[in-house]
Design a protein around this ligand. Structure first.
Ligand SMILES: Nc1ncnc2c1ncn2[C@@H]1O[C@H](COP(=O)(O)OP(=O)(O)OP(=O)(O)O)[C@@H](O)[C@H]1O
Ligand SMILES: [Mg+2]
Length: 246
């Protein structure tokens, strides 16, 4: 589903992604962890073609996206569902319209009634039925996250990326969100990347992990190998130790 090689991205003279290589099998589920500012969000946004790398290759489901024109990028983006770290809901659209938006783009022939019906079905799954006619500004942080998740999964995209799906949520809501992500994953068979700083919660959902620091992967592989990884920075990070190279 994803093949990245020698990816470099510089912004304003700062090298932010510094030679990243990655191979993600179709249907696999990955967590992405790492210290703040390490490049996790930037990396996934680059995978969606939102940043243009200086060098390297990104192949999404067989299509090389580096150097692709904006119009040619559209069919690739349609294969990707994305929850942004700040949710990025459209503040001028009601909740149901936000959720229906990607489906309306993908299937322009669908009527407003059908779109609303589909949107309400997804909102029910994320526990937000009754909020469909609210504006994003009327929602709590956790509600906005769930609207973002509903929108990201609305088209049953083969690749879904969640940037911090549980940030700022209490432990009960967090475990409910992971149950929901797993349910949606089982329904669609999607390949999933999920960024989170809650390693424990994330580990209940993903089978593989990658750790990004200063625009590089320090680890990528099965979750079970993460704890045995010899890298001192990885060791310090996953155990939350004060002493170490970080
Ligand atoms: N649009 C941008 N323009 C310039 N620099 C950026 C931009 N977006 C991110 N950066 C820089 O890239 C680096 C990585 O940022 P990124 O948002 O990817 O971090 P992150 O790993 O997601 O951190 P966090 O865990 O806090 O969300 C930071 O130094 C940040 O300042
Ligand atoms: Mg981030």
């Amino acid at each position: 589903m994803i093949h990245v090689s020698n990816l470099h991205l510089t912004i304003g003279g700062r090298p932010l992604l510094q030679g990243m290589d990655l191979h993600v099998e179709s249907g696999s589920v990955w967590g992405i962890i790492g210290p703040p500012g390490g490049g996790k969000s930037l990396f996934v946004k680059t995978l969606c073609g939102l940043f243009r790398p200086d060098r390297g290759s990104i192949i999404i489901d067989g299509t090389e996206i580096v150097g692709l024109s904006e119009p040619s990028m559209v069919p690739v983006r349609r294969k990707i569902g994305m929850l942004f770290q700040n949710n990025a809901l459209f503040d001028f659209m009601r909740v149901w319209e936000n959720v229906a938006f990607p489906l309306a783009r993908l299937r322009p022939e669908l009527s407003q009634d059908t779109l609303r019906e589909r949107s309400l079905m997804r909102l029910q799954e994320v526990g937000l039925l009754g909020s469909e006619d609210k504006w994003p500004a009327e929602l709590s942080g956790g509600m906005k996250k769930r609207v973002g998740i509903a929108r990201a999964t609305m088209t049953d995209a083969p690749l879904v990326i969640y940037d911090e799906p549980t940030a700022g949520l209490d432990p009960v809501t967090t475990s409910k969100i992971y149950d929901l992500l797993e349910k949606i994953r089982q329904e669609t068979g999607a390949t999933v990347l999920a960024i989170s700083s809650d390693i424990e919660g994330l580990s209940t959902f993903v089978k593989n992990m990658m750790l990004i620091h200063e625009g590089r992967f320090l680890f990528q592989g099965p979750l079970s190998e993460l704890t045995d990884c010899g890298d001192p920075l990885v060791h310090q990070f996953i155990r939350g130790l004060e002493e170490g190279p970080l």
